[in-house]
Ligand binder design. Structure first.
Ligand code: FAD
Length: 301
């Protein structure tokens, strides 16, 4: 827990974030971030596609404080959408509202996001609104609801550590949803703190959406949850077209390949870009053993 708080603290350090951006991919982040530019990430997607794995691509970006930065992020995502379409790879987009100006002006963020969703809609491409911390939860759901009045290619994430997750999943059952445990540090007033409680809620939410929802992305590296889901879909005759497993790029690669080989839909979350620092620190917070990646990277040089 102490290490988790330490790395979450580091992930929120804006000064370290901007220093990291200047020095390119370092500290072992290369193994969990698929390159720094669009041609590199398209190549990484192609390799995963060759193994029957689809991708959701995140053009990394955090601490966006100005309209210029948010507009630049929007333009990069539009460029990425065009590149995915033109190259014909099997991929869709994951993005964070804060990157598009949520903390600056909600209307401005909505307009940026709308432009992205509209472009992707032309190509029949899905847009996933990643969920950030609690302060941004309701504003992100509001964006989803506003956009889904005109577009059906947008979905979001339900974080199992929140007490309100059960209510949210019922409300948004007609959406394509990714279900996760939750990656941020949240207070006891709004979120379960105990791993066992989070895991239990995670399973309940997954089962609910598998039975009642549109399409379920089960995003976890937890083999116990994955095995439970395999058994649950079998017992309830839930067809493979109704769900997929998702994992992050660079984690449990053998298990990713195995699930795809077994015939399950599988999507890898592929982050890329210079702004890798916060993402990488959250991964270390989840599993300090991920520091092994750093050590391996240093010694492989
Ligand atoms: P953990 O609870 O971290 O691990 C459970 C057990 O699984 C461990 O005890 C270990 O036995 C095993 N295990 C885990 N990792 C490994 C490994 N690398 N190697 C070997 N064994 C391992 N969070 C958000 O808040 N918002 C989002 O939008 C979001 N999107 C996500 C998208 C994807 C595709 C994924 C995979 C995660 C996302 N997350 C998001 C992060 C998520 O909330 C969790 O913080 C993160 O996935 C860690 O939880 P876990 O379910 O993987 O398992």
């Amino acid at each position: 827990m102490v290490l988790r708080d330490f790395f979450i603290g580091l992930s929120q350090n804006e000064l370290l974030n901007s220093a990291a951006k200047r020095y390119g991919l370092k500290l072992g982040a290369q193994s969990v971030v698929a390159g720094t530019n669009i041609p590199e990430v398209i190549e990484s997607i192609r390799e995963l596609n060759a193994h029957g794995i689809s991708c959701t691509v995140d053009n990394l970006g955090e601490f966006v404080n100005s309209r210029e930065e948010a507009t630049e992020a929007k333009n990069q995502i539009l460029e990425l959408i065009d590149a995915i379409h033109e190259s014909g790879v099997d991929a869709h987009i994951s993005l964070k509202p804060s990157q598009l100006g949520l903390d600056i002006d909600r209307e401005f963020c909505h307009d940026n996001l709308r432009e992205i969703v509209a472009r992707a809609y032309e190509y029949n491409m899905h847009i996933n609104i990643d969920m950030e911390d609690y302060a941004r939860l309701q504003p992100s759901f509001d964006l989803l609801e506003a956009l889904s009045q005109d577009y059906n290619n947008v979905g979001t994430v339900i974080q199992a550590y929140f007490f309100r997750a059960e209510e949210d999943i019922k409300k948004f059952k007609d959406y394509r949803l990714r279900i996760v445990k939750g990656a941020y540090k949240e207070p006891a007033e709004v979120a379960y703190q105990d791993k066992a409680d989070i895991d239990q809620n995670f399973i309940q939410l997954i089962e609910y959406h598998l039975l009642n929802g549109k399409f379920t992305s089960i995003a976890t590296h937890d083999h116990n949850v994955i095995n439970h889901v395999k058994q649950f879909v079998k017992n309830n005759n839930i067809p493979n077209e109704k769900f997929e497993f998702q994992m992050l790029y660079g984690f449990r690669k053998d298990l990713q390949l195995e699930l795809a080989r077994e015939g399950y839909n599988f999507t890898t979350y592929v982050p890329f870009g210079n702004d890798w620092y916060g993402y990488f620190m959250r991964r270390l917070a989840e599993r300090p053993q991920n520091l092994n990646l750093v050590v391996k990277q240093v010694f492989n040089k």
